[in-house]
Design a protein around this ligand. Structure first.
Ligand SMILES: Cc1ncc(COP(=O)(O)O)c(C=O)c1O
Length: 469
């Protein structure tokens, strides 16, 4: 992959330009890059990431965004609209998660910048609330949280940032966690347990009912990671898909993360974090009443935030409504069912667990990355997994276009014999298991390679200032 395809075509800014450039020229440059990059997913061959994929919808969101993009919602006296819009986004998300069934507490929510951020805030709220309510303050060792191995790395990141011990429980062959295995990890310093609905890797849903019962029995909160599934699984359930309740109807579910910027079809940059009990959310509020700069407060980790994202998220939700989300879910689930049937039609391939709109498959006969290699040449972008090597596909709007499933069927029918041949020839596959894309060459020196990828994203030779001026 060429990380710098534009280096020869557009000016490279190694320093802040002395003289500004014309708006038209700038927009033309950005437009050229955007149009080329859109072409990588508009075909419908890219897993996840472009949840709506509808340019008309994006134009509408852009208009809503533009009205408030310049507004800092921290200054509420200047933008009471943000109070209305933020409150309504939270209320609508709580409604979707059946918060109306909660009788023992007052449900509440937060808007964060994305799934990772919601998970970080959930863990922060659990830590702070456990300190207040249960006296778990670190004096008896690091507070711990228990996660199934399949739960998102955001929990590992949160644990690292918040000084928590993360206890990781392996999953069973169907890729869901065994509540008894979770039970064994809980002790008096456990501040929370975790289940996914659904997990990123396999698209499978942990037994939330049993985890909720365990949570109640042991007096710990259960966080349900619905970042990926939160805005689509409820509609799948309504449509008769085999999806057990995972929301506030389940006793013991204390909080849920559900990303508006995924199947909520909002712009990147918002997620909801919902709590059964307002006191848990409030435990992570930040205030500094005695600061010389004035009394400071922020309801979450972020300081200034753009009103544009809140307006666009609200606009997406009220534009679709339940009806619109249901119809999108119908198309996505039926496309996923057809794609899974295509995979199952090949005896050499094996779908892992009982997945939903997002599914993962492997092969017991050959290295599955050979299939990814072949499909990549045909423009498909899978996500690679490991232990075992597998490839996954999260079905989104672009796959529901006519002809995409047929193309998948035709390409996979050629990819399988290719993989059989490559395997017989003892060839190595090029693809690897890198989150967010099938990467080449991830075989040795894994940590160095991963660090180099991240470094490339930030301080490439393009963006570093020149050694001499
Ligand atoms: C199940 C799950 N949880 C959390 C996240 C993290 O979300 P984000 O990338 O928005 O931070 C993802 C991202 O795909 C996910 O699939």
């Amino acid at each position: 992959m060429n990380d710098f395809p534009y280096a020869e075509r557009f000016p490279v800014n190694r320093r802040l330009p002395e003289q500004g450039r014309g708006r038209e020229e700038i927009l033309a440059e950005l437009r050229a890059m955007a149009e080329e990059e859109n072409a990588t997913w508009e075909t419908g061959k890219c897993s996840g990431t472009m949840y709506s994929g509808d340019h008309d919808h994006y134009r509408f969101l852009n208009e809503a965004f533009g009205l408030f993009a310049h507004v800092n919602v921290l200054q509420r006296d200047m933008c009471p609209s943000a109070t209305k819009l933020e409150g309504e986004i939270i209320a609508m998300a709580l409604d979707l998660m059946h918060a109306d069934r909660v009788e023992d507490a007052t449900p509440a929510g937060l808007i964060t910048s994305g799934g990772t951020d919601s998970i970080l805030h959930a863990m922060l709220a659990y830590r702070e609330h456990a300190a207040q309510a249960r006296g778990i303050d670190g004096s008896a060792g690091r507070p711990n949280v228990v996660k199934p191995e399949t739960a998102h790395p955001a929990f590992d990141k949160a644990a690292r940032l918040l000084g928590l011990e993360l206890r990781v429980v392996p999953v069973t062959d169907d890729t869901t966690v065994d509540p008894e295995a979770v039970a064994k990890e809980i002790d008096d310093q456990t501040i929370g347990i975790i289940g996914s609905a659904c997990n990123y890797g396999y698209g499978t849903i942990d037994p939330i009912g049993d985890l909720g019962a365990l949570a109640l029995e042991r007096g710990v909160p259960l966080h349900v990671d619905g970042c990926l599934g939160g805005f689509i699984l409820p509609f799948g359930e309504e449509l008769g898909q085999d999806i057990a309740p995972f929301d506030f109807r389940v006793p013991g579910v204390a909080s849920i993360s559900a990303d508006t910027h995924k199947y909520g079809y909002a712009f990147k940059g918002t997620s909801t974090l919902l709590f059964r009990d307002k006191a848990v959310r409030n435990a992570q509020y930040f205030e500094l009443a005695g600061w010389s700069g004035g009394k400071y407060m922020s309801p979450s980790i972020a300081g200034s935030r753009s009103g544009g994202l809140i307006a666009a998220t609200w606009a997406a939700m009220v534009q679709y409504g339940r009806d619109g989300y249901r119809e999108h879910a119908r198309a996505i689930f039926s496309t996923a069912d057809r794609m899974k049937a295509v995979v199952r039609s090949h005896p050499e391939l094996r779908i892992i667990g009982r997945p939903t709109f997002c599914f993962s498959f492997t092969s017991d006969e050959f290295e599955i990355y050979h299939v990814a290699d072949f499909m990549r040449e045909r423009g498909w972008r899978f996500n690679g997994q490991q232990y075992p090597n597998a490839i996954h596909f999260a079905v989104t709007g672009p796959q529901t276009q006519p002809g995409v499933v047929e193309q998948f069927e035709a390409d996979l029918a050629e990819a399988v014999p290719y993989a059989v041949d490559r395997h017989a020839a003892g060839a190595e596959a090029l693809s690897g298991a890198l989150y967010g894309g099938v990467a080449g060459g991830l075989t040795t020196e894994v940590e160095d390679f991963i660090a180099a990828v991240m470094t490339d994203m930030l301080d490439t030779q393009q963006s570093l200032p020149p050694a001499t001026s």
